[in-house]
Design a protein around this ligand. Sequence first.
Ligand SMILES: [Zn+2]
Length: 254
Amino acid sequence: MKERLQYSEIADRIRSAEMVLIGIGSEFSPALPELKLDNAALPYEKSEYYSSLGDGDAVICAYKRLRELVGAKPYFVVTLNTDNLVYRGGFERDLVVAPCGSMEKMQCEEHIVEAASVREKILEEIRKLPAEKQKDRESTALILEKHAVCPICGKPLRFHIKSEEGYLESGYLDQWQKYNRWLSCTLNWKLCVLELGVGFEYPQVIRWPFEKITYFNQKSELIRVHSRLPQTASELGERGISVECSPVEFCLSV
Ligand SMILES: [Zn+2]
């Protein structure tokens, strides 16, 4: 395991790769401000917060910097985050898979729809309430019952994220297949496997497979960036590079 490479050396390694596989985890998601409404309305505030982040926000700047670094090389991104911010950095939707879903989508039992208009209506109604009622479960529940409904079938909507009951896996399966096809084309290419802020939440999605991919492709390197858990498997030897750093800070520094 190689450690303590200079940022410039790491940037050179990314630049000199032929293909780049990027994995993104929760450390790359912005910390939420203190939210104000009742618990049931928190996902709406969260979704609104992500979509209203300005271009100058550190996370957005870090994604843009990362996109520049990847340049014209073939890439694919797997993200565990549901904040959709990776697209703000210029990554193409076609080359990103988000198996944990998205806060910009909502779902009933069978349909996946855009969240924006439903979210705006609900937050508008809640914010019209007198201040003391905005944190009141009953008042919020009435508004959700009325407005969080599927525009196609009229059944209740919830956010399309893995932590919600009945999460529709179908939302990402096409992209997952595309990702697997892309992966099968990386063998024997000089692949940079860049893992940013992925801890042990869903290790079977990024952390473990990324080690396996690196292990089997002798020309690849795994660069694992995490503020607390940057260690790489010893089997990777010199091809496992551990960077103990916040992934946002890392991207802004390379
Ligand atoms: Zn529906």
